[in-house]
Structures are given as C-alpha cells and as structure tokens.
Design a protein around this ligand. Structure first.
Ligand code: 4GX
Length: 258
C-alpha cells in the first residue's frame, strides 16, 4: 500500500512513520509513505500557502491554488485512483473498522491542515472522506495523520509477526484487551493469577475472555452494547460481574444484603 501525506511538515511525518512495526513494514516494502509539501507548489516569491479568512476574524486558511497544483501532480504521478482523507475534528471518528477499510486500499492520501484549516471549496472538490482521531483540538493534522499511518501500516500483510498478530488486538472482536503478566511470578506488587501459570489452555482462554468482557463492561459499556455475545461469553461476563460485586462488598466491609 502507498500513503501520500500532504503536509507543511514533511520531516515530522516521515520521522513518525520510520519507527517500530510501521518503519519495518516500509523497509520490507509492504508500505510506502511519501510526502508532498504545499509550499513547493506556491507560485509567488514568498511561497505563500495561506490567506486571511473571508468574513474577518483571526486565523489563516490554507489557499486553494497551491493545493490544486499539488493534487494535479499527485494524481498525475499515480497509476491508480487515490482515496483522499482530510484529518479534522469535524470528521467521522477513526475506529478500527475504518482503519481496516483504509488498510485494504492500494493508495490513500492524507491531507494535513494547519491554521484554521483548508478552503472549503478545495475540500469539496478533492476530499473523499473526513476523519477525526478524537474530540480534542490539535495544532495541525500531522499527528492525526501519523495515527492513521501507524494503525493502517501495522495491518499490512507481513507487518506483524505471529505473536503480534492483529487477531489478538483489542477491538479485533470489539472488546478491550485482557491484562498481561511476565516474570517474576511473585513480586512485592502482587502475584500472577494462578490460572496463567497452570498450562490449562482452555482455562487460560476462558480467563482471558472473561477479563476482556469484564473490562469492557467496566470501562467501555458503549463498546459492549455493540457486541453480540454468544452463550459462553454471557456466562463469563455474569461470572465476572458476580465476582466484581462480591469484591466491592468485601472492600466496603458490608454484605450484599446491606
Ligand atoms: N482529528 N486538527 C486539523 C486544522 C483545521 C482547523 C479547523 C479544520 C477546521 C484533528 C483531530 C485536529 C486540528 C487537524 C485542526 N481543520 N485532526 N486542523 N482531532 O484536531 O484529526
């Protein structure tokens, strides 16, 4: 897959995508990240890319002309159609579902806005999808683009090894991840749940599933509401809830009848 990033800060975006799993995916030729700087397509001596906002008020807006020329060059340079994404808080929330759909495309372009954003006419003409990484305001689209590159890059075939397999991710089944432990077995901070030390793989699978369900119930009831649970899952979640309430009552020094 190829990702083209349109940004006034190409070095920053490139550096973000060169580390870890996604950096390795690039080295292995599974992912190609290229940057395009609107400043290179400005035509005046000052290489202007922004203008004052019509209607008054503070802030600057990224102008049509450099971006029109840039998109012309970008589309000229690609043999396949490019799916263009604009990163902004007005977009649809990025979910693992959207990540999967983007990851399946051969070419995606990420448009990073600075200042107050991009002239709306350019957006209407060039952008296929507007995405937000969350309900907060960044100072530009670059970090949001880096989030998309990371989440999409690690899903490319061959990017993850077996241990990291995307099958094991939280969200792959719509639930949060279970807790994880490593050596030592006993520590001043506590002991590892005994079931994980026993080698009963069916019991371990059930424990992990139960923790995933329970944590999702406690922390993200909105996600749980989206899940269709089979009979085993419902039983495991019931078990988790009963244990959770029992532990709460112990903590409060009261019984369920109080
Ligand atoms: N998820 N930002 C875009 C420029 C901007 C300003 C106003 C449209 C209107 C963001 C996010 C995000 C900051 C990127 C503002 N665009 N992007 N930028 N949250 O906060 O994606």
């Amino acid at each position: 897959m190829r990702i083209d990033v349109i940004t006034l800060f190409p070095d920053f975006v490139r550096q973000c995508s060169e580390v870890g799993v996604v950096g390795r995916a690039q080295q292995r030729g599974l992912l190609q990240v290229e940057t395009w700087n609107p400043r290179d397509y400005a035509t005046d001596n000052y290489r202007t890319v922004d203008g004052r906002t019509f209607g008054g008020g503070p802030g600057m807006v990224m102008m049509i002309e450099p971006l029109r020329a840039l998109f012309g060059a970008l589309r000229e340079a690609s043999d396949e159609p490019t799916h263009v994404v604009y990163l902004s808080p007005q977009g649809a929330r990025l979910t693992q579902d959207r990540v999967r759909k983007l990851a399946a495309r051969p070419r995606v372009a990420l448009l990073c806005g600075r200042y107050e954003g991009v002239d709306e006419r350019l957006l209407a003409h060039e952008v296929d999808e507007e995405i937000s990484v969350g309900d907060y305001v960044l100072s530009g689209g670059e970090l949001a683009a880096a989030v998309v590159i990371d989440a999409v890059g690690r899903l490319q075939d061959g990017a993850l090894n077996d241990a990291q397999s995307a099958q094991q991710d939280s969200f792959s089944d719509g639930l949060l991840d279970c807790p994880h432990y490593t050596r030592p077995e006993t520590d001043a901070l506590g002991t590892v749940p005994p079931v994980l030390l026993g080698g009963d793989h069916a019991a371990i699978r059930r424990w992990r599933r139960k923790q995933s369900l329970g944590r999702t119930w406690l922390r993200r009831p909105d996600l749980l509401a989206q899940c269709v649970l089979d009979e085993e899952s419902r039983a495991l979640l019931d078990e988790f809830r009963r244990e959770h309430f029992a532990a709460q009552h112990l903590e409060a020094g009261t019984g369920p009848q109080d």
